[in-house]
Write a protein that binds this ligand. Structure first.
Ligand code: COA
Ligand code: AMP
Length: 274
């Protein structure tokens, strides 16, 4: 299907040049007005009077739309950031990332992965075996964009997340972003924790493991965070992966399971080996 009747609506807000919030939707024309209002409210929710709010409304006419199913979600009950990271290493290794590459990613994200030492504006792209960084610009990184829940699936997943106590809007957005990322060509897995000092949760995502959430992947008040996307360069060109992440349109039109919290041993034992 092409996106002839769809629009990509993207919001970003800055204060004194600093990025404070961003979100995006894909909607039919009759939902543009309500969606824009919602995104403006969202920008003002994060900071009451941001210096600048930019809204982009772009027709997706002629663009191919890829439909995918959301990843299953589970929370691992690791109670501190050190235990959380140790569990995340095990899950990433199960997804096919080498221990060397995982350790490299943890080091970059803990220290500040941008070339200048702070947080990047997007994700690192890393070779899943060697840990080599491949993103063309180490200050910017690569941002996943042009993805959303279809109306009905968004509502279903919102309720399912609520049942397992995950009511924060970030979880639903991060699950959508991770679902787009792992359905890309040559992508092995993703690791993320936020650079928001108050938000300690993070996740590992891959097609094999689903979306595995950890309540703590960093200490409270730690402003270092970011994303690492691990890729297999053997069969897919980097340019194709970057182009998929940044511009291909992905709609999530079928929900995954939202499972109750569990421990890492139980979770790993139940994973089907491939
Ligand atoms: N951090 C810092 N700066 C950012 C940024 C971020 N996360 N996102 C955008 N910017 C700034 C940068 O200066 C960027 O310029 P650059 O390309 O040189 O980095 C500029 O805004 C334009 O960014 P662009 O992505 O072209 O803007 P857009 O309006 O098309 O889309 C977003 C903006 C934020 C909606 C999009 O980039 C995005 O991240 N979408 C996913 C949002 C989401 O669901 N996140 C889930 C988080 S859990
Ligand atoms: P957030 O989840 O918004 O707290 O973002 C955490 C980190 O992920 C940021 O510091 C960026 O490094 C990175 N990031 C932000 N937006 C994107 C995106 N759209 N795609 C990939 N990485 C992103």
């Amino acid at each position: 299907m092409t996106g002839d009747t769809l629009y990509s609506i993207r919001m970003r807000a800055t204060t004194k040049g600093r990025h404070v919030s961003g979100a995006e939707k894909i909607v039919a024309p009759d939902r543009i007005d309500a969606t824009v209002s919602g995104l403006i409210a969202r920008a003002r929710n994060r900071e009451k009077s941001p210096g600048e709010i930019t809204i982009t409304i772009e027709s997706l006419a002629g663009e191919q739309v890829k439909f995918v199913k959301a990843l299953d979600l589970v929370t691992i009950n690791a109670l501190g950031w050190e235990e959380g990271r140790a569990c995340a290493v095990r899950v990433l290794c199960r997804a096919g990332v080498s221990e060397k590459a995982v350790e490299a990613a943890l080091g970059h994200l803990s220290r500040g992965a941008a070339a200048s030492g702070g947080s990047m504006r997007g994700a690192m792209i890393m070779d899943a075996q060697t840990g080599e960084r491949l993103e063309p610009d180490q200050e910017r990184g690569v941002r996943a964009s042009r993805f959303d829940w279809s109306n009905e699936t968004g509502e279903i997943i919102g309720r399912a997340l609520g049942v397992v106590g995950l009511l924060h809007f970030r979880t639903k957005e991060a699950l959508a972003l991770a679902t787009k990322v792992v359905h890309g060509p040559g992508i092995v897995a993703e690791l993320c924790w936020s650079d928001d000092p108050d938000y300690t949760a993070g996740y590992v995502a891959s097609l094999q493991t689903g979306y595995v959430r950890f309540p703590f992947l960093k200490k409270k008040n730690d402003g270092h965070g970011g994303r690492a996307i691990f890729i297999d360069r053997n069969n897919t060109k980097l340019e194709k992966i970057v182009s998929y992440l940044q511009t291909d349109t992905v709609l999530i039109n079928s929900g995954g399971e939202c499972r109750p919290e569990t421990d890492v041993e139980t979770y790993l034992a139940a994973l089907v080996r491939v």
